[in-house]
Design a protein around this ligand. Structure first.
Ligand code: B12
Length: 212
């Protein structure tokens, strides 16, 4: 693994935002692929932070600093990830993080990558109430509704959105995909979603499949 990737991993965990920005830029300058920086440098750092938080090695302030550092890194990568073929309007995706859940880094990455793949994304943010998703689907008539959840306590809102769409006769007109760390393919199937993505690359693959 390159030194930059290794250092990035540890600086994200330490919440060293300025250093992370420098390292991401350095990585790009040295020809590392944006996806490599994201998937090998930044994302594993957050997984490690999650593990340390769970085992009480660190607490919320450290998790927040690490999240800020990760976000700063993603901001630098954004134009590089989103640069290919944005003009092609292949389809519309409404994307948001479910009610009660403020985790948005992963959702934002999915959004950037989908835009990079030429889709139009209407990002409805985080902590999105069930009925806001429904209203957006009604108003925008998207090809895909994407929902993200990072907590076992919030993923339960996903089926509530699906049911609310069914009740308003909106479900047939939209494909639903779900993702986020605790979400599994079995869960997607159980709640009647059309697709699931473990990461942003899979999210794109799934959208391509569903929109064609
Ligand atoms: C960063 C972070 C935070 C940040 C969020 C900052 C932000 N702006 O997003 C802050 C510090 C605010 C935070 C707060 C909290 N957090 Co937190 N957090 C994390 C952490 C460390 C990383 C999440 C992350 O950004 N990962 C990096 C991204 C790139 O990965 P990702 O989100 O998984 O996204 C990828 C895929 O999942 C997929 N994907 C994501 N969304 C979607 C959507 C679709 C449609 C598709 C197809 C794919 C897809 O593609 C993405 C890109 O590859 C996780 C640990 C973990 N392992 O996930 C804990 C974690 C999620 N948090 C946790 C907890 C408990 C909390 C708090 C309750 C803590 C507290 N005591 O206050 C609060 C919750 C506040 C709330 N109401 O939401 C727990 C949840 C436990 C559980 N059982 O559910 C975790 C798992 C930590 C742990 N191990 O205990 N957190």
């Amino acid at each position: 693994m390159s030194d930059i990737i290794q250092e990035l991993n540890s600086e994200v965990q330490k919440g060293q935002t300025e250093r992370v920005k420098e390292l991401v830029q350095k990585g790009l300058d040295q020809g590392l692929l944006p996806m490599e920086i994201l998937e090998k440098g930044l994302r594993p750092a957050m997984e490690e932070i999650g593990r340390k938080f769970e085992s009480l090695e660190i607490f919320l302030p450290e998790m927040m600093s690490a999240a800020d550092a990760m976000t700063a890194g993603v901001d630098i990568l954004q134009p590089h990830l989103a640069s290919s073929g944005q003009d092609a309007r292949k389809g519309l995706i409404v994307l948001g993080t479910v009610e009660g859940d403020v985790h948005e880094i992963g959702k934002n990455i999915v959004s950037i990558m989908l835009q990079g793949a030429g889709y139009r994304v209407e990002d409805v943010g985080y902590d999105v109430p069930v009925l806001t998703f429904v209203d957006k689907v009604k108003a925008l008539n998207p090809d895909i509704l994407g929902m993200s959840a990072l907590m076992t306590s919030t993923m339960v809102h996903m089926p509530r959105v699906i049911t609310a769409l069914q009740e308003r006769d909106l479900r047939k007109g939209v494909k639903v995909i779900v993702g986020g760390a605790p979400v599994l393919p079995e869960w997607a199937e159980e709640i009647g979603a059309d697709g699931y993505g473990e990461n942003a690359a899979e999210a794109i693959r799934e959208v391509k499949e569903l929109v064609k």
